[in-house]
Ligand binder design. Structure first.
Ligand code: AMP
Ligand code: MG
Length: 496
């Protein structure tokens, strides 16, 4: 492996893509959270771990050697309305931290002050959204969901004004890249054909080089095909993963969809506790465009927007370009459904997903909704039924099956008895598909409330607990339990 170092390949594309930006110095920064496991993975220099030097650099007080801060332009459909120019208004890219030619991470400071794309906003973030993203993105990673990650969360000591003054914070975000559907949209919609071509070449090289490898000498059109097809597959797969866990993203605008397929933008997101197919939490999504049940359809729509922006590159013949793009977009439902079925088969302990299993699983969800049962605990309870080890765990104290669910159980057991492959492997998979703990909103809210009062103990405890979601641990009556009626959070805010 080469020595890790900074690169600035995106900035090198030129001023149509990025502008210089400078983090604003925080007045009295302090660590809220430091992710040593990720630092280890990134081979982050020892002298820049949880040190005063690192704190000063991430808080914009000093320049981190080798970095070249910039902000990127993009556009996007926000709640269905096209906005021709967005861009990194509250995020500054330090550069690409490069472990090897094929392993490169964007490192961004989120909330470090204004950039040329701030559009009148302050470029800052209150503590709340930083704590939410720091906790939930790392929890998602450990649940196995492709996602941007968080290296650090830092309180700035400064105040930001939202409805009132709130304490400010910065998050250090790590991503395979921050190339968005909206990045492609920006160049397509401004009719900058050369820029669009350069971006497609760059994105294909950065994310799909194993596939385009043989095609690297080939045309941008060939790369655009790979980019479209692979991105659509990845988005179908990641959204199927969200659905299986009851994760409501909350703001699936096209500028919040990454070409890498990683989950990004943990604004008003939340996991369902008591199952509701139409669960929604975001205070700004009054019509429920991004409710749980709508997520696959919205993802499909977003991919069609991406496809339409690539038409000019895909084929000089408009008819052929449209036919190709349509053929890829039409696969979305199948790719999504296949990915979802694999997840659900694992969660239900089935060796494969048979056509009749749709009815079995729909019946399960219907009972959860009617009887107001907790989604994650219900799957975990099933896991213990399959493993016959619930006596060793607190599941009996945390989850009481309803009569309806007990009735359903016999159909499920009959179906499991007809599994062809066996049981230990299938049950083991069940264990790894059904988390004991998810980042429940009431814990996130409690961590935020404490962090706003400069107490980071709860945040750190939650962070630690959610790094190991599939095994029971001490004190799990606290972390695994469904919220009580007074703890339940029904609204989330993205804190813009
Ligand atoms: P988001 O809701 O995080 O997807 O943000 C949508 C757009 O608004 C992006 O271009 C952000 O950079 C921008 N934005 C959000 N909050 C701020 C802020 N406080 N200051 C400047 N720009 C912001
Ligand atoms: Mg965003």
């Amino acid at each position: 492996m080469s020595i890790p170092h900074w690169q600035h390949s995106y900035q090198a594309l030129g001023s149509r893509f990025t502008s210089r930006a400078k983090p604003e110095p925080a007045s009295s920064p302090e660590w809220m959270g430091w992710n040593e496991v990720l630092a280890e993975h990134l081979h982050w220099p020892q002298d820049l771990r949880k040190t005063e030097e690192a704190l000063a650099a991430f808080a914009g007080q000093t320049n981190l050697e080798g970095t070249s801060p910039s902000a990127s332009v993009y556009a996007g459909h926000q709640f269905g309305e096209y906005n021709p120019q967005l861009g990194d208004g509250r995020a500054i890219l330090l550069g690409e931290w490069t472990l090897s030619p094929s392993e490169q991470y964007d490192i961004q400071l989120k909330g470090a002050g204004q950039t040329p794309y701030s559009r009148g906003g302050d470029g800052k973030s209150p503590v709340g959204p930083v704590v939410r993203e720091y906790l939930v993105s790392e929890a998602m990673h450990h649940l196995g969901v492709p996602t941007t990650r968080a290296l650090a969360a830092i309180a700035t000591g400064d105040r930001v004004f939202r409805n009132t003054f709130e304490p400010g914070a910065v998050m250090v975000r790590v991503a395979k890249s921050h190339l968005r559907f909206g990045s492609i949209q920006y160049f397509a919609m401004t009719r900058d054909g050369d820029g669009l071509r350069e971006l497609v070449d760059y994105a294909a090289e950065r994310h799909f080089s194993e596939i385009t490898g043989a095609k690297s000498a080939e045309s941008t059109a060939a790369k655009a095909e790979v980019l479209l097809e692979e991105t659509v597959k990845r988005i179908a797969s990641v959204v199927a993963h969200w659905q299986s866990l009851g994760f409501v993203h909350g703001v699936m605008n096209t500028d919040n969809m990454l070409l890498s397929g990683e989950t990004i933008d943990y604004g008003p997101c939340a996991f369902v506790d008591t199952f509701k197919a139409d669960a929604m939490f975001s205070a700004i999504d009054s019509r429920g465009r991004y409710r749980l049940s709508n997520q696959p359809g919205i993802a499909h729509w977003n991919t069609s927007v991406l496809a339409s922006c690539l038409l000019k590159i895909l084929n000089p013949s408009e008819d052929r370009a449209v036919a190709y793009a349509q053929s890829v977009i039409d696969e979305f439902p199948r790719w999504y459904t296949d990915a979802y079925k694999i997840r659900i088969a694992a969660k239900l302990g089935l060796d494969s997903f048979r056509p009749e299993d749709t009815e079995l699983h729909d019946g399960f969800l219907k009972i959860l909704e009617e009887d107001q049962l907790d989604l994650s605990l219900a799957y975990r309870w099933l896991t213990h039924q399959a493993l016959k080890d619930s006596g060793q765990t607190p599941i009996g104290d945390l989850f009481t099956p309803s009569g309806g669910l007990l009735d359903w159980l016999s159909a499920w057991e009959r179906r499991r008895a007809s599994n062809k492959a066996e049981s230990q492997e299938t049950s083991g998979r069940m264990h790894k598909a059904n988390p004991v703990v998810i980042p429940r909103n009431h814990h996130v809210a409690a961590a935020i409330a404490d962090a706003e009062a400069q107490d980071y103990e709860y945040l750190q405890a939650a962070f630690e607990r959610w790094r190991n979601p599939f095994d029971w641990q001490d004190n799990d009556r606290l972390w695994a339990a469904s919220p009580t009626p007074t703890e339940r959070v029904t609204r989330t805010f993205c804190g813009t």
